[in-house]
Design a protein. Structure first.
Length: 149
């Protein structure tokens, strides 16, 4: 299982410096991932990103220490599940207005019986196509979910 450096830093109380990516470009994501930022947020709410462009940016950032954070376009369980499957570990879910919406966002990130995330690990980059032992259990522990108003 890949470490989630963003989660570790939050738990340790370490300050972090990051930047928002709005160009939908794997080239700029790779350039900035090597520039020393602790995290880079791939914005799907206000930038023209979709699951495919997020995937290419995650791939470009993979060799670097910057932790990707992904902001989906909406608190949509289908989009959240797809973003997790392509390897997103940390989500900044927009427009979470109340506890029910927060619960819905979290449910989309969890496998049954705790949530509604479908099991497609044989097809998922996040599980390294079923090469990560016990991914279904470990995958839920490594993700960070952050709601935003």
């Amino acid at each position: 299982m890949m470490k989630n450096r963003f989660k570790e830093a939050i738990q340790a109380g370490r300050p972090q410096i990051g930047l928002w990516l709005g160009l939908s470009s794997s080239y700029s994501a790779e350039l900035l991932a090597g520039a020393g930022f602790d995290w880079l947020l791939i914005d799907g709410e206000h930038a023209p990103n979709n699951v495919q462009t997020v995937l290419t940016q995650l791939q470009a950032m993979a060799p670097y220490p910057s932790q990707p954070v992904v902001r989906p376009s909406w608190n949509d369980p289908v989009q959240i599940k797809q973003l997790l499957d392509v390897g997103t570990q940390t989500l900044l879910v927009p427009m979470v207005q109340n506890a029910d919406e927060a619960r819905a966002a979290v449910a989309a990130t969890r496998y049954p019986p705790q949530g509604i995330r479908g099991v497609g690990s044989a097809l998922a980059r996040a599980s390294r196509w079923n090469r990560i032992p016990d991914y279904l259990h470990q995958g839920q522990r490594g993700d960070v979910r952050v709601g935003a108003n």
